[in-house]
Design a binder for this molecule. Structure first.
Ligand code: PTJ
Length: 247
């Protein structure tokens, strides 16, 4: 990160890129993850590389849902592990959630590398390696989860998910929080709480709201979740991308 001057106009974007490249070198991020990153960058550019107000509302609703949950799980893939490992551990601590490695392109090597990397960043327990349950409706490898993790979770945060899996998880009656810069992607469309923001800003954003809401009672948290309107949030994000006036 140190090689990129702070005053470079694309500083944040270049740092993010470097982390993904480094993730590939470490065996954490898949090569497809590079393509996903490029797609995300294009949407982020169109959003002005900022957290739009509707995304901030979504981050607050996500924090409230995670705090209300009996068993919240943060799903970790090769992209977010490379981008925000320490921030994921902080969020898990703030809302008392489990961290579970769950990969689209699952290999045992990458599972282990990501679990190690999260532990290096302070995680005590990392789930996903037991893989003793399956998400119904998905092929063998992609459906592997831990029974006492994602399988039994009531609220799951899935950053940068692919549409099929987001849909299959949604069908398991979980509250699904999705972080995806593309408001038209199937994962954003099927989420209970879609967050159209860069994972680099969204994960610490949810944590900040969780700290702010730490003393709120259940009724207040429930109201924040109930008042959140997923369709309106997606429409506002699409409008911001198209250069509209809503944001
Ligand atoms: O590590 P694995 O094996 O689980 O694989 C993870 C990827 C991301 C490669 C896999 O899930 C995949 O192929 O995803 P897609 O279908 O390319 O979708 C990625 C979505 O995430 C796209 O809609 C991108 O716009 C979006 N995206 C990419 N980078 C970010 C992002 N959204 C938020 N923050 C980002 N940094």
């Amino acid at each position: 990160d140190a090689e990129i001057p702070e005053d470079h106009p694309r500083h944040d974007s270049l740092v993010t890129r470097h982390r993904i490249e480094d993730g590939v070198d470490r065996g954490i991020t898949s090569r497809q993850g590079l393509i996903a990153q490029g797609r995300g960058e294009a949407f982020d550019y169109l959003l002005g590389e900022r957290t739009i107000p509707s995304a901030d509302d979504a981050e607050r609703a996500a924090a409230a849902a995670l705090l209300l949950a009996d068993h919240p799980v943060l799903s970790v893939n090769g992209n977010v592990a490379a981008l925000v490992p320490g921030e994921l551990v902080e969020l898990a601590d703030a809302v008392d959630a489990d961290l579970e490695v769950n990969l689209f392109n699952r290999t045992e090597e990458r599972m282990a590398a990501i679990a190690d990397y999260l532990r290096e960043h302070g995680a005590e327990e990392v789930k996903g390696l037991a893989a003793d349950a399956r998400i119904p409706g998905l092929s063998h490898e992609r459906g592997k989860v831990d029974r006492d993790g994602i399988y039994e979770a009531d609220v799951v945060l899935v950053p940068l998910e692919d549409g099929d899996r987001a849909e299959a998880l949604g069908e398991m009656d979980k509250t699904e929080i999705v972080i995806d810069l593309n408001p038209l992607s199937r994962s954003a469309q099927v989420a209970s709480i879609p967050i159209v923001d860069n994972a680099v800003r969204a994960v610490p954003g949810i944590t900040a709201h969780a700290h702010d809401l730490a003393d709120a009672d259940a009724a207040t948290l429930r109201e924040i979740v109930d008042e959140f309107d997923a369709d309106a949030a997606l429409a506002a994000a699409e409008d911001a991308i198209r250069g509209g006036e809503m944001e």
